[in-house]
Ligand binder design. Structure first.
Ligand SMILES: [Zn+2]
Ligand SMILES: [Zn+2]
Length: 138
C-alpha cells in the first residue's frame, strides 16, 4: 500500500478526468449481456475501490447517469459516451471504475481476485487465452 501511486484516467474526449487514490479491492471481467451492451464491447473490465478514493477531478458536470438496473447507476461522459464510474446501492462504501480508462495502461492496484465472471454468457466466438479463474456467477 505504501508504494501505491495515485492512478489517473479519463474519458476518450478528455472532458472528464478522475483519480483513484487507493488500490483496487476487486478486479474482474464481466461477460454478461448487460455489460456488453452498455459498453459496446465483447466483455467489460471493472475495478472496485473504496468510494472516497475514486474522485472526479475534471468535467463532473459533463457526466450523465444511466441506471442499468434499479440499483446500478452508471456515470458516463455525455460527449464521448465513455463510462467513468458506477455506484451500486448494495455496496455504498465502494465505487467501480474502468481500468481501460486509466492513463498509461496502469494496473488498478493489488486486487486480490482477478477473474472472469458470467462466462456462461460469453460470446461463443471469443477466446479467453489467459489462465484467470472463470465463474458463471459473481
Ligand atoms: Zn468524454
Ligand atoms: Zn456484467
Amino acid at each position: 500500500m505504501s508504494d501505491f501511486e495515485i492512478l489517473t484516467g479519463g474519458c476518450q474526449c478528455g472532458t472528464v478526468r478522475f483519480e483513484v487514490r487507493a488500490p483496487a479491492t476487486d478486479l474482474y471481467h464481466c461477460h454478461c449481456s448487460m455489460c456488453r451492451k452498455v459498453h459496446g464491447v465483447a466483455y467489460a473490465t471493472y475495478a472496485v475501490a473504496p468510494k472516497p478514493a475514486v474522485v472526479i477531478t475534471q468535467g463532473e458536470a459533463n457526466l450523465s447517469r444511466f441506471d442499468s438496473s434499479q440499483e446500478v447507476h452508471r456515470y458516463f461522459c455525455r460527449t464521448c459516451g465513455c463510462q467513468i464510474t458506477i455506484e451500486v446501492d448494495s455496496a455504498p462504501e465502494s465505487r467501480w471504475f474502468m481500468p481501460g480508462t486509466l492513463d498509461g495502461g496502469r494496473h488498478p492496484g493489488a486486487a486480490a481476485r482477478e477473474r472472469h465472471i458470467y462466462v456462461g454468457s460469453k460470446l461463443p466466438w471469443l477466446h479467453l487465452d489467459e489462465t484467470l479463474p472463470r465463474e458463471d456467477v459473481v
